[in-house]
Ligand binder design. Structure first.
Ligand code: ITT
Length: 192
């Protein structure tokens, strides 16, 4: 069945998994998502909201089309929130196995993912956050998803995110929560 779009948002990301996850949510709101491959301004900050806000506003000022930026990170309690805003770099360097090695002998496995979504849809700028709490597994499990999915088990589950399909991950995920809130706000502000 063809998706009817009341609105289209250009999602500035190089991560195709994120596009699939966000598109699945956006469908419910009749919003279409198009991946935008332009380079993304990445400022250095400890604050995901600040990073996403600068990227979205900078892109909007260049291209003047409705843009969505989403930034996320994994925050591990026993590592004082590491890797947090550095998740992308840490994933590319030490990966999930590196995190598991850092946590060898640590019994406190609590962690959360946080997502920040910024939508610039003139004249509005919408910022919403979402979190999912859970724990870091003892070993990687599952082939689906991306990033740290094989080592993250959301609260109330036994499976890692990498053992779930997109619809199941979206029932729990930080990204699904932030995107749903942002789209609800967008639709209350902008009437068709
Ligand atoms: P962008 O092009 O959108 O920036 P990215 O993959 O760099 O895509 P982020 O900066 O938002 O994404 O995320 C930083 C890292 O955090 C990402 O590379 C993953 O390793 C990890 N991460 C974020 N969300 C995740 C999720 O839902 N599942 C697993 N890992 C995730």
């Amino acid at each position: 069945m063809k998706n009817t779009c009341n609105y289209t948002l250009f999602f500035l990301t190089d991560n195709k998994h994120k596009v699939l996850e966000v598109s699945e949510i956006a469908k419910k709101y009749n919003v279409c998502i198009e991946q935008e491959h332009a380079s993304k301004l990445e400022i250095q900050s400890m604050d995901l909201a600040e990073i996403a806000w600068y990227a979205a506003v900078n892109h909007y000022l260049h291209y003047r089309k409705p843009v969505l930026v989403e930034d996320a990170g994994l925050f591990i309690k026993s590592l004082n929130g590491f890797p947090g805003p550095y998740s992308s770099y840490v994933f590319r360097t030490i990966g999930s196995n590196g995190i598991l090695r850092l946590m060898e002998g640590i019994d406190d496995r609590e962690a959360y993912f946080e997502s920040v979504v910024v939508i610039v849809y003139e004249p509005y700028i919408i910022i919403e956050k979402g979190r999912v709490y859970g724990e870091i597994s003892r070993e990687p499990r599952g082939e689906k998803g991306f990033g740290f999915d094989p080592i993250f088990i959301p609260k109330g589950e036994k499976r890692t995110f990498a053992e779930m399909d997109i619809a199941e991950k979206n029932k729990y995920s930080h990204r699904a929560k932030a995107v749903s809130k942002a789209l609800e706000k967008l639709l209350t502000l902008v009437k068709v």
